[in-house]
Design a protein. Structure first.
Length: 117
């Protein structure tokens, strides 16, 4: 079972990136999914989550109005559209899945996002 994240890279402040995470080896259609991030020297922090149906999403205050989480249960993916990026968004971004967002059992390997000022 593997969650594979992609889409990271280097972008200037104010730019956009779209991260994608695909589940390999099993389906996560009935699982909540989430994105977390970890900046250098800091603890991992919650970014956004989405319920299994996609009906509800939750965002950290730091990304509200800028980031949007979405999912495609046919493709077994969860995406994070990131707009108006700031240097403080620089981090390794991880996708995760679990029965509920408060209990995430499966984690991807992370993808690095670097925002230059």
């Amino acid at each position: 079972v593997q969650l594979q994240a992609s889409g990271g890279g280097l972008v200037q402040a104010g730019g956009s990136l779209r991260l994608s995470c695909v589940a390999l080896g099993r389906t996560f259609r009935n699982y909540a999914k989430a994105w977390f991030r970890q900046a250098p020297g800091k603890e991992r922090e919650f970014v956004a989550s989405i319920t299994w149906s996609g009906a509800s999403t939750y965002n950290a205050d730091s990304v509200k109005g800028r980031f949007t989480i979405s999912r495609d249960n046919v493709k077994n993916t969860v995406d994070l559209q990131m707009n108006s990026l700031k240097p403080e968004d620089t981090a390794v971004y991880y996708c995760a899945a679990g029965a509920v967002a408060s209990s995430l059992n499966f984690w991807g390997q992370g993808t690095l996002v670097t925002v230059s000022s």
